[in-house]
Write a protein that binds this ligand. Sequence first.
Ligand code: BES
Ligand code: MN
Ligand code: ZN
Length: 508
Amino acid sequence: MSEPLEIQFAALSAAPTGTLALLAGPEFTLASTARGLDERTKGGLKKAARAADFTGKAKTSIEILAPAGTDAVRLLLIGAGRPSKELDRLLLGGYVLSQINARKGEAASLIAELADPGEASPDALAADLAFGALLRSYAFKKYRTTRKPEDGTDEEPRDGLRRLTIHCAKPDSAAKVFASRKAVAEGVFLARDLVNEPANMLGPVEFAERVRDLSSAGVEVEVLDEDQLRALNMGALLAVGQGSERPSRVVVMQWHGAKSKRTKTLAFVGKGVCFDTGGISMKPAGGMEDMKGDMGGAACVAGLMLALARRKAAVNAVGLVGLVENMPSGKAQRPGDIVTSMSGQTIEVLNTDAEGRLVLADVLWYAQQRFNPRFVIDLATLTGAIIVALGKEHAGLFANDDRLAAELAAAGEATGEKVWRMPLGKAYDKLIDSKNADMKNIGGRHAGAITGAQFVQRFIKDTPWAHLDVAGAAMDSARNDINPSWGSGWGVRLLDRLIWDNYEKVEK
Ligand code: BES
Ligand code: MN
Ligand code: ZN
């Protein structure tokens, strides 16, 4: 990420700097600060709005340059619609940022005031707008040395805006509320960065090194190398990485934030295939570059751990990522090979491109055996089939526990990182039985996302478990007002919310 946007809070009475953004509600309703400005401009705002047919509808805006009677050089009237839910306010904040960023200037002020704020307190409104603006401000420009955004070659925000001041009734308490939102944004940005990074720069070893830095945030980080993985009998994970020149890694990240020592830990497991060529069952060339994002599940787990640590979440959580590169070579595994997983179960590898499940098999087994968690949630860009089924609007949710599934669905609605529950069942499970081993790693043409999930479930003991197939959500996902990036960082806000709503407030 380039320099992050600096966000600060100030009183409504404080003097604004740079572009001044104001919110207008439906039928052009203005809150008191904006009304005051309208008076000082002798009804200039109202006149301009009428001339432009601007009514305050969401996702509309008008610009008024150098309005007489004020010091502002540029005034933006932003349609707020009726942002009744938290997510509406985040999206509004993102839209505001996009409108400011489309114009010149290093600094801007937003008056976080609505004529009809609904149930949102002034500080919640300000903090939510700030969070949305921050999420929108992300850009991955690390490798662009000459091409300037001003060339108009893309829609990414320009480099211009550095500082956004949010004016509100209670700036101090808004800043406090925002602090934990900002922590989550840090996690989202880490996940986006990891997914956007090209595979030549980010292999398993480099990913592990990036994650090691989380120790400075208070996360306990252990990196397991191949000798250690062999000692643990992680034969399935190692088989995926064996064709690559780059060694595999498993990283364990622990956050101890619960008040009571005895609280069971929550476990999160991520598929971290740093590049997926398909191996000997190689993928076609077209679009293969996208497979640099096949570690989106692992990126989310790393981002979540950073978010929890930064906001000092009152929970014990462990994140585990299986990091490999799936390459064809003289050492690569072959279709038909039979490997033994850490669980002891044997797997006939009929397609080396169904590699993510092999990685999850060992890391999930290890996570349960070592941590005996309260639940385990895995995230994986596991199947193209889930994109066929759900597109990019929902991630596929598979679970052996209705309560956990419902909690995830609710967190999805609240954050906009939505999940859709898919079925599991004996008949699907049968499809991965093998004559030659305990199971095979593909199930035939039908129900590809489900047979993938059934495979993963064979490595779950008695633990409540949810599997999120994020192939459509983690990379090249739907862009929106709070996600301008190819790597979306999907799941960090979802899981942070799941924890905040259900596993933190009271130690149940
Ligand atoms: N990483 C892919 C899944 C994927 C596809 C992620 C498109 C993101 C976008 C996974 O390893 C894979 O190759 N799955 C195969 C499974 C098949 C061989 C059973 C697939 O989906 O085709
Ligand atoms: Mn694959
Ligand atoms: Zn893959």
